[in-house]
Write a protein that binds this ligand. Structure first.
Ligand code: SAM
Ligand code: SF4
Length: 345
């Protein structure tokens, strides 16, 4: 729960529309992904080792620290916030955090990325608190394989979460990380088929190489072109949406006659760095400018040593300015200091 001291100083006026921060390459940076915890109730094979250990609570930003930072980001023109993790539904104050974020002037859109295990009872309270959309991770619709990929998950729990999200009126996207030999066969087709009957976007994500994830090196991403060819053989030509432009980080298409859409997030074979508009705040209060580069700017330390709002705002401005142009995967620069769950995917 938020403590009584959650009565933060009154926010400054939110930055007027159009005045969001720009980085040195002219990109508008107005989207913050916030990890609420590095802990998880699953252990997906591409994400973290089976024996993963999690941060002690005192190293995580408290609710008050987090909401103070969110207020500053909103004042600096950040319009979109996504809560993620680890597994954000493990944070007991999630609903209160969403409600307090929705009340910040300037915040226009709040999303959640979750494995869906605990979503069935949370979807409605989250929607009422101000959540707009939910991205739910499902890598296969085959229960046994789901159990093997997540090492301990039950597909039925997640499907109940998807249903609850739909009932609550949340916009639903399904995230599927496609790994060669693991779920690149009928799984991809079955997930895409969901879009025929449902108004969901099913997104196929290329697996990314986080050195610390302890992942089996044999896990390999499946390139977008190969996934698209597989879908077209089964369903016919894919129709590009948005004139082929990116929607967020996804390139979006529609199967013939579908209610929903399929998206491809292809940081490896088809990077979208030129359109990147985001920063990531880790659960332990580091600001990460690029998912796939290790450079970070400390926020927790200044927060806990008495930095005033002006100083914190300057730190955030500096981080935006020094956001790198793009990731270094083509030059074999791989992220090595954190897993995806420790960053906030
Ligand atoms: N626990 C939540 C979930 O699974 O949706 C949120 C955190 S998870 C780190 C966020 C997203 O990152 C998920 O869609 C997950 O599948 C994806 N992910 C994790 N490890 C990845 C990797 N190595 N490459 C690509 N995506 C990955
Ligand atoms: Fe947990 Fe999400 Fe990582 Fe799976 S992908 S282990 S659900 S944080």
């Amino acid at each position: 729960m938020l403590s009584a001291s959650s009565s933060f100083p009154a926010p400054l006026e939110a930055a007027p529309a159009g005045s969001a921060l720009r980085d040195q390459f002219g990109r508008t940076i107005d989207y913050l992904r916030v990890s609420l915890t590095d802990a998880c109730n699953l252990r997906c094979v591409y994400c973290m080792p089976e024996n993963a250990r999690f941060l002690p609570r005192h190293q995580l930003l408290s609710d008050d620290e987090l909401l103070r930072l969110l207020r500053l980001f909103a004042e600096l023109g950040f319009r979109k916030v996504r809560f993620t993790g680890g597994e954000p539904t493990l944070r007991s104050s999630l609903v209160e955090i969403v409600r307090a974020t929705a009340a910040l002037p300037g915040v226009e859109n709040i999303g959640l990325t979750t494995n869906g295990v605990l979503l069935s009872s949370l979807a409605e309270p989250l929607q009422r608190a101000g959540l707009h959309s939910v991205n739910i991770s499902i890598d296969t619709l085959v229960p046994d394989r789901f159990g093997r990929i997540t090492r301990c998950g039950r597909l039925d729990d997640v499907l109940a979460g998807v249903e609850a999200a739909g009932r609550a009126g949340l916009k639903v996207k399904i995230n599927c990380v496609v790994c060669r030999g693991l779920n690149d066969g009928g799984d991809v087709l079955a997930l895409a088929r969901l879009t025929l009957a449902h108004d969901w976007q099913v997104r196929f994500i290329e697996e990314m190489p986080f050195r610390k994830s302890g992942r089996n090196e044999q896990l390999q991403p499946v390139p977008q072109a190969e996934m698209m060819a597989k879908l077209e053989r089964e369903f016919g030509a894919l129709q590009p949406l948005h004139g082929g432009r990116l929607e967020g980080e996804a390139r979006v298409y529609q199967l013939s006659g579908a209610r929903g859409s399929v998206g491809f997030i292809s940081p490896v074979s088809n990077p979208f760095c030129g359109d990147c508009n985001r920063l990531r705040l880790t659960a332990d209060g580091e600001l990460r400018m690029c998912l796939l580069r290790d450079d970070e700017v400390q926020l927790r330390m200044p927060l806990r040593t008495g930095a005033d709002d002006d100083t914190l705002r300057e730190t955030i401005r500096g981080a935006v300015l020094h956001k790198p142009w793009g990731h270094g995967l083509p030059d074999h620069v791989h992220p090595s200091n954190r897993t995806m769950a420790q960053i906030g995917g």
